[in-house]
Ligand binder design. Structure first.
Ligand SMILES: [Fe+2]
Length: 346
């Protein structure tokens, strides 16, 4: 798990309960209860399961507005995008730092915006505890997962009808849906047709962002679901996925690292940093045995010693678009292009 930023306004346990007058029980009673079969399949195939976090006071309308009011602006990302799923370069940053929580929600309802409330797993102890407890439970019940710990989590608040382009994430992740409904397409992992090994290596080697090339026919091979509040979608590590919202959505995206997921990423990283430069084109992704173990030790050792040079992934955070609750489209344009507050994230 990432080390909390020293400047993080992380509050003491149950601060939220104290400030809202809610009991600890009403927060901690939300969870999930899966069958042995569901735990057995977890991470091996994509699954929709149930939870009741959407009933937690931590995600009520009032709680979300309070959270947004106080959230560090460097950790509050906002983007807009077009309507064509093939044009991922239309993903554009939006200034949002000057708005109150209520203004943000009003603008999101009107506009085409995707808000990433990043590092929620480091921000306030109630959210930290909730996410930690998810992975304690998953770790205790999944025989194929060892030492699972949350690695990166974000609360996602997004407009009706928006999309998230086709991409894959390095760490295994899951989407706990809390409000509204969204269509999600999950595509086969370990299949060169949908994401080549080279792209996965480059994502893990931080040479490219998570977007990978997409074609419309991929959808014929996807598992397409319409996710409702109270459902959680999980999929095997490195499965590409994309999203289209139906209405206003709130979800919690959580990622985790386990011994198994770290081994797989380390093997890809070793392939990327060591084998590819040697001109070896047939790079095994096997994770069991001595050679994968050596790959992991070599990669992690070199990485720890900061001997690996990650390519700089070019990202533009400059924008002249501003979230605007008073505009019919929820957004307006300002004269000059400036860096968004979230471009200064450390
Ligand atoms: Fe994702």
């Amino acid at each position: 798990m990432k080390t909390p930023d020293k400047t993080s306004p992380k509050t003491s346990t149950n601060t939220f309960a104290k400030t809202t007058g809610l009991s600890d029980n009403s927060i901690s009673s939300t969870s999930f209860d899966w069958t042995d079969e569901a735990y057995e399949k977890f991470g091996k195939e994509s699954q929709i399961l149930s939870h009741n976090y959407h009933q937690s006071p931590l995600f009520s309308d009032t709680a979300l507005i309070n959270l947004l009011d106080n959230y560090p602006r460097k950790w509050l990302q906002c983007y807009t995008m077009g309507i064509d799923p093939l044009k991922h370069k239309e993903w554009t940053p939006v200034h949002i730092d000057k708005l109150t929580g209520e203004e943000i929600i009003t603008a999101v309802k009107k506009g085409r915006m995707w808000i990433n409330v990043i590092r929620i797993n480091e921000y306030q102890q109630d959210y930290v505890d909730l996410i930690d407890s998810m992975y304690v439970k998953i770790n205790n019940n999944c025989n194929n997962i060892t030492n699972a710990k949350g690695s990166f989590s974000a609360l996602l608040i997004s407009s009706p009808g928006i999309q998230v382009y086709y991409h894959l994430d390095a760490d295994p992740n899951m989407l706990w849906h809390l409000k509204g409904s969204k269509k999600v397409w999950v595509y086969p992992n370990k299949d060169e047709r949908f994401a080549s090994q080279q792209y996965i290596e480059e994502i893990i080697g931080q040479e490219r962002h998570e977007n990978v090339p997409y074609e419309l026919w991929f959808d014929e091979h996807a598992q397409a679901v319409e996710l409702q509040a109270g459902q959680v979608l999980s999929w095997p590590q490195h499965s590409p996925h994309r999203i289209e919202n139906v209405d206003l959505n709130v979800s919690l995206a959580t990622s985790y690292q386990s011994r198994e997921s770290t081994r797989l990423n380390s093997v890809h990283a070793a392939n990327h940093y060591f084998l590819k430069p040697m001109g070896i084109s047939n790079r095994s992704t096997e994770t069991q045995g001595i050679i994968p173990a050596v790959k992991e030790i070599s990669y992690r050792g070199m990485n720890k010693l900061k001997l690996l040079k990650a390519q700089s992934r070019s990202a533009s955070y400059v924008s002249n678009i501003v979230a605007d609750p008073n505009s019919e489209s929820g957004m307006s344009k300002k004269d000059d292009e400036t860096r968004t507050a979230f471009s200064y994230v450390d």
